[in-house]
Design a protein around this ligand. Structure first.
Ligand SMILES: [Zn+2]
Ligand SMILES: [Zn+2]
Length: 327
């Protein structure tokens, strides 16, 4: 069975099961105290903003001796390649079958996503399919609501959803969640080559930076910005989808979980932070379906389609989107 059909079957069974639980979930919600919401928002803001602001503050300090245009170009290109490898490849293509791809593109997407160092492709997809099957309920590998709804429980849960779950010992059963990927020899090879691909991702910026500037200094700064900062930032952004986008934000669409749209993460997350729409319609190739919603992953899929490399793309259809919108 291809990824496309398997993922679609998985979701279509899912939605039928979930139809009635949606209303229960919405009706069961109780209005929270305004003060508590405020505290939660401040904690969340600190959670993501402080490390990011510290990084931005380092830029002018380092400029000229510890950071150059070469480093900016290397880090940005590596971020975009590995990032879209995750969003377009691991997520929208391998997990959800939002489009079909030529074999070489399939291989290229699996390699590009591996460069993000978020684990081998088959495990990533298995965990993410399990997340959709149990989102914010028992069985979800990374729900921020795991420990309850009080502020301390949410803080602990956010940490769990963000990175803690990564260190856990739970293993998603592959035969149950990813039989389509296990049946593909190319993918099994790329999955097994993960340590080598991770090494390439860490070392390539230093090699490129060194050759470009013909200096050890150029290699060192490219390693710092193009490897350490780039990998760290992309990890935090990806994990923010699991933590932040399941805790705060707008919920214009019906979904049975706490998934939400968070506009200020849209650019860095390459469109993945329109996460409420994504849970409402998981196989849709575009997550930012409303006007003005940035989604560079959808734009990339659009370019692949125009070039003839991707086909059967599941673009949003107006009636389908409207049927999922909250009244
Ligand atoms: Zn989610
Ligand atoms: Zn998903």
């Amino acid at each position: 069975m291809t990824t496309h059909t398997y993922a679609r079957d998985l979701h279509e069974t899912d939605t039928s099961v979930l139809g009635d639980s949606t209303s229960v979930e919405n009706d069961g919600a109780v209005p929270r105290l305004r003060g508590r919401v405020r505290v939660e928002q401040i904690v969340l803001f600190a959670f993501i903003a402080i490390p990011f602001l510290a990084l931005l503050a380092a830029v002018p300090l380092a400029w000229g001796w510890g950071l150059s245009w070469h480093d900016v170009v290397i880090a940005t290109v590596m971020y975009a390649v590995a990032g879209h490898g995750i969003t377009v490849g691991f997520h929208r293509y391998f997990t959800h079958g939002s489009f079909r791809a030529k074999r070489w593109l399939r291989v290229a997407l699996a390699i590009a996503g591996s460069l993000a160092i978020e684990g081998p492709v088959i495990r990533w997809v298995a965990d993410h399919r399990r997340h959709h099957a149990f989102s914010d309920r028992e069985g979800d590998p990374h729900s921020p609501w795991r420990y309850g709804k009080t502020v301390p429980a949410l803080v602990k849960g956010l940490w769990w959803a963000h990175t803690g779950w990564f260190f856990g010992t739970e293993e998603t059963p592959r035969a149950r969640y990813v039989p389509d990927l296990l049946a593909d020899r190319d993918l099994r090879r790329i999955d097994a080559a993960f340590p080598a691909l991770a090494a390439v991702s860490v070392l390539a910026p230093a090699v490129i930076g060194g050759l470009w500037s013909m200096s050890w200094q150029g290699a060192a700064t490219a390693f710092f910005w193009g490897s350490l900062v780039r990998i760290g930032l992309l990890h935090h952004v990806t994990w923010s989808i699991n933590s932040i986008c399941h805790a705060i934000g707008e919920r214009p669409f019906k979904s049975r979980d706490k998934s939400a749209n968070v506009w200020w993460l849209a650019m860095l997350s390459m469109g993945e932070s329109w996460h409420n729409l994504h849970h409402a319609d998981p196989t849709c190739a575009r997550h930012g379906v409303d006007p003005g919603q940035l989604d560079s992953s959808a734009r990339t899929i659009w370019a692949f389609e125009k070039l003839g490399w991707a086909y059967d793309v599941r673009w949003p259809r107006r009636e389908r989107v409207e049927a999922r919108r909250c009244p």
